[in-house]
Design a binder for this molecule. Structure first.
Ligand code: PLP
Length: 370
């Protein structure tokens, strides 16, 4: 029996070991552990990668979202419109600054925030649209940007799953007013611990985030605003500097793996991922829809295949968001999808043999003869 991991960070490290080890030892040798050279090098390189002029490294993806919201003075009394199908960080960031998350249901096929249902959610209190580029596929930005223009809203991309994804030839991160990335180890560009980044074309926003992430000061002990400690760690930046030049190649291999899955799963009673036209979907996750999902997942695990669910509970039904007063039935498309979503192993190093094994296991479990 094969054991197929959900992601394989160890095998990636083996391929980069010499360079990573050297980069980490370099930081130790220089001793510039806080906002060191590797951080400014990475910020310059990542801004270029995202086709924007500013990148500010921060402590995590959650903090990247919080700091952008704070820098735009979003707070109590304000509403932020966002996707109901996402990781909890998206809605927690909004609540962390005291604003209210207002959810929009997802498109039943792409699972992305439904642009057609977004304008109806705008009220006099709305300040921000925060679309999520879910699973590595860009949200439908052009209609969202048009809504934002009509109502004078900021657009903050949650790009934590979209390093290198493109919408109509434009890089995710460069589409709205600002974007938040995460470098959690399992993301397409992952550090060896927590990390995040704010990217933007807006120089004054970048400056504010730079202040906020570092106790509100540019000059040591001169604190202009009440900031926090949320700096991208120099050791993490050193890892990211080794990995960034490989990101496009890794994303290509994820795209190839997704194509291979598509072929191997043909004829099975599963709904394959759907890529909208003109998108570079970089398959952070490979998510299918199946009936009887929980049984399938259990049996896949028993067959040595680590699959996952992203996400089993839509944001409006999470225990931690009870106080927002949403109820079952409020977002039918997301609720229906949540019961059927199944994420198959996906990482750049996945082999055809591993993909074939996953497909064969699924066939056997589903008792299909194809
Ligand atoms: C991972 C993730 C985040 C949060 O990133 P952390 O670095 O774990 O804080 C935010 N939004 C989405 C959509 C994510 O997938």
């Amino acid at each position: 029996m094969m054991q197929i991991p959900f992601v394989d960070l160890k095998s990636q490290y083996q391929g980069l070991k010499d360079e990573i080890d050297q980069a980490l030892l370099g930081v130790c040798g220089r001793g510039d552990f806080i906002l060191g050279k590797a951080v400014s090098d990475f910020e310059a390189a990542f801004a270029g990668y995202c086709s924007v002029s500013h990148a500010v490294g921060v402590g995590s993806g959650l903090e990247a979202l919080i700091l952008v919201l704070k820098a735009y003075d979003v707070g109590p009394g304000d509403e932020v419109i966002t996707a109901v199908n996402s990781f909890v960080a998206t809605s927690l960031a909004i609540e962390a600054v005291g604003a209210r998350p207002v959810f929009v249901d997802c498109d039943p096929v792409t699972y992305l925030m439904d642009a057609a249902k977004t304008e109806a959610a705008v009220t006099a209190k709305t300040r921000v649209l925060m679309p999520v580029h879910l699973y590595g596929q860009p949200a439908d930005m052009d209609p969202l940007l048009a809504i934002a223009r009509r109502h004078g809203l900021k657009v903050i991309e949650d790009a934590a799953q979209a390093h290198g994804a493109e919408y109509r030839g434009r890089r995710c991160g460069s589409l709205g007013d600002a974007a938040a990335f995460s470098f959690y180890p399992g993301k397409n560009l992952g550090a060896y611990g927590d990390g995040g980044c704010v990217v933007t074309q807006d120089a004054s926003l970048a400056e504010k985030v730079r202040l906020l992430r570092n106790y509100g000061s540019k000059i040591k002990y001169h604190h202009e605003v009440k900031g926090v400690n949320s700096r991208l760690d120099t050791l993490q930046a050193a890892v990211l500097n080794v990995k960034l030049p490989r990101l496009d190649g890794w994303n290509d291999r994820r795209i190839q793996a997704a194509q291979a899955y598509g072929q191997c799963l043909q004829g099975l009673p599963v709904q394959l991922p759907v890529k909208a036209d003109e998108m570079r979907h970089i398959f952070h996750l490979y998510v299918i829809q199946v009936e009887d999902r929980d049984r399938l997942l259990k049996e896949l695990n028993a067959a040595g295949v680590q699959a996952g669910i992203h996400y089993p509970v839509p944001l409006h039904l999470l225990e931690c968001h009870k106080d927002l007063g949403y109820k079952r039935g409020d977002y039918p498309a997301a609720e229906a999808a949540a019961a059927k979503l199944l994420s198959l192993p996906m990482f750049p190093e996945i082999t055809s043999a591993q993909i074939e094994y996953v497909a064969a296991a699924l066939k056997k479990i589903m008792k299909v003869s194809v």
